[in-house]
Write a protein that binds this ligand. Structure first.
Ligand SMILES: [Zn+2]
Length: 83
């Protein structure tokens, strides 16, 4: 059996608890470069500027090929052949 509540929470109490669950709208400010709305302290999505300076999008570093650790990898040999 799963866990069950010991005391029933009334509809009013449940709703009162959930009055704090609503999400806030994200803070928006206008971009000084293009004038469109953007989030403060974020690079503008439209003109890719932060303040007055253009910010180049960072390219993700290519994943280096995972080197196989040869020391830990055991050589493939059948134990029966050794006998
Ligand atoms: Zn902009």
């Amino acid at each position: 059996m799963g866990a069950l509540p010991k005391i029933r929470i009334s509809k009013g109490r449940k709703k009162r608890r959930r009055t704090h669950h609503s999400l806030d709208e994200p803070a928006m400010s206008s971009c000084p470069k293009c004038g469109k709305m953007r989030r403060p302290h974020f690079i503008c999505e439209y003109c890719n500027h932060y303040g007055e300076k253009p910010k180049a999008t960072k390219k993700k570093p290519e994943k280096e090929q995972v080197k196989v650790n040869q020391k830990t990898e055991k050589p493939k040999q059948d134990p029966k052949k050794e006998e």
